[in-house]
Design a protein around this ligand. Structure first.
Ligand SMILES: C[S@@+](CC[C@H](N)C(=O)[O-])C[C@H]1O[C@@H](n2cnc3c(N)ncnc32)[C@H](O)[C@@H]1O
Length: 388
């Protein structure tokens, strides 16, 4: 081992023992065709023991391992001899850049510190409570949610929270469902794909299931961008297609998702899900204009609907209640609950419908409840009824 490499490893050891180590990055791979692109190393406390957490960045997946200092130094030395030409050590005191050239001549450049301990330590604590690991989920970086080191960008904190909440909800919904081997999903109005990628990653990389997801989106630019990202990170069964929810031809699928599709586009999506006999339909409705225009109660409810803001809120409640009842009339069990707290997004209601065995009488009762609500608010038609 060269003196320079030995002194670099010594610095890692010292900074670790003095709790001044912020992070280490290994890069500039020796074999350009090798899959392993970078290794990111950070101190981590596990069961009251200080360790080093290694993130091995590969094209499709990050691998995450923890080692004690001794093991870490052996691994770093080996990787700098066989896998990488460069290493950066960031400490609270200074930054050290190690460069090895093709003749194995090693240099160290020392610069003033650019990172502080607290920022990284806090980040680690936050990551521990999230279901989505920001350093291992490669799609997050591709979608611009995290930095190359896996830190969630400041302006993406809410989006990251929403992704985590979504994955937690999905986890709860599908844990009791026996899907066939390949889970098929249509995501209507997939937009920038944040939640579509999150679902795919969860099914494939966390649950280790076979899954095929198609995102339907009317904007060309978003479709192209999402397809490119899926290709870059080898999410081979995740595709995005340009089209409208209304015209989409949805084959028999296991899950239909429609998150924040505007106004009646949510109804179009629910309709496609019922038609496709989806076992699970999940939608987060967004703007409820269709019913609001019709609501003109001729009873005590008038005292509520005469106020614009209350009319708007009432329209949301009635629209989504009728959606849930119509889903029940088609054999689904439904739950309506908060998606994510309103301080993060105003569009925060989720309707989750799962296929169940309902008697014809129960279905009929749901339809009667729809009729009752419509009568109460003097509503002529709910758009979803017209589709069905
Ligand atoms: C508010 S974004 C939501 C994106 C994503 N589902 C999410 O929740 O993060 C709604 C997306 O649905 C798309 N969209 C709206 N109506 C649509 C329709 N009828 N057919 C296809 N896409 C639609 C919009 O272009 C937009 O990208």
């Amino acid at each position: 081992m060269s003196n320079q490499l030995s002194s670099f490893l010594q610095k890692i050891s010292e900074s670790f023992n003095q709790q001044q180590l912020v992070k280490i990055t290994l890069g500039n791979k020796r074999d350009k065709s090798a899959d392993l692109k970078n290794v990111f190393i950070k101190p981590v406390r596990i069961k009251n023991t200080e360790k080093l957490s290694f993130t091995y960045r590969n094209p499709t997946q990050d691998i995450f391992k923890n080692y004690d200092l001794k093991e870490s130094l052996i691994l770093i030395e080996k990787m700098l001899q066989t896998d990488f030409y460069n290493a950066d050590l960031f400490t609270a005191v200074n930054d050290l850049h190690l460069a090895i050239d093709k003749n194995d001549i090693t240099k160290i450049i020392t610069k003033p510190a650019t990172l502080s301990i607290t920022a990284t330590t806090q980040q680690h604590d936050k990551q521990k409570v999230r279901v989505v690991n920001s350093t291992t989920a490669v799609y997050l970086h591709q979608l611009g949610i995290t930095t190359a080191e896996g830190q969630v960008k400041k302006d993406m904190q809410d989006k990251f929270k929403q992704i985590n909440r979504y994955v937690e909800i999905i986890e709860g919904i599908i844990k009791d469902i026996q899907f066939e081997k390949n889970i098929t999903v249509a995501d209507m109005g997939s937009g920038k794909g944040y939640l579509t990628f999150a679902l795919y990653d969860y099914l494939i990389n966390t649950l280790k299931k076979d899954a095929t997801i198609v995102g339907i989106e009317m904007r060309d630019d978003l479709v192209n961008k999402c397809n490119q990202i899926a290709k870059n990170i080898h999410y081979s069964n995740l595709k995005f297609e340009k089209g409208t929810i209304q015209d989409a031809e949805v084959p028999a699928i296991n899950m239909l998702i429609a998150l924040h599709a505007c106004d009646t586009a949510t109804d179009d999506a629910i309709f496609k899900g019922i038609q496709a006999n989806a076992e699970v339909i999940i939608c987060a409705p967004c703007c409820h204009k269709q019913i609001r225009k019709q609501m003109a109660p001729e009873n005590e409810l008038k005292s509520i609907t005469r106020h614009g803001i209350l009319l708007e809120r009432q329209a949301e409640i009635v629209t989504d209640s009728i959606r849930a009842l119509i889903l029940e009339a088609h054999g689904y069990k439904t739950k309506v609950f908060e998606f994510i707290a309103t301080e993060h997004t105003p569009k925060n209601v989720l309707i989750v419908a799962t296929k169940t065995n309902k008697t014809e009488t129960a279905k009929q009762e749901s339809l009667e409840k729809v009729a009752g609500l419509k009568k109460l608010f003097n509503i002529k038609t709910h758009y979803l009824e017209t589709l069905l």
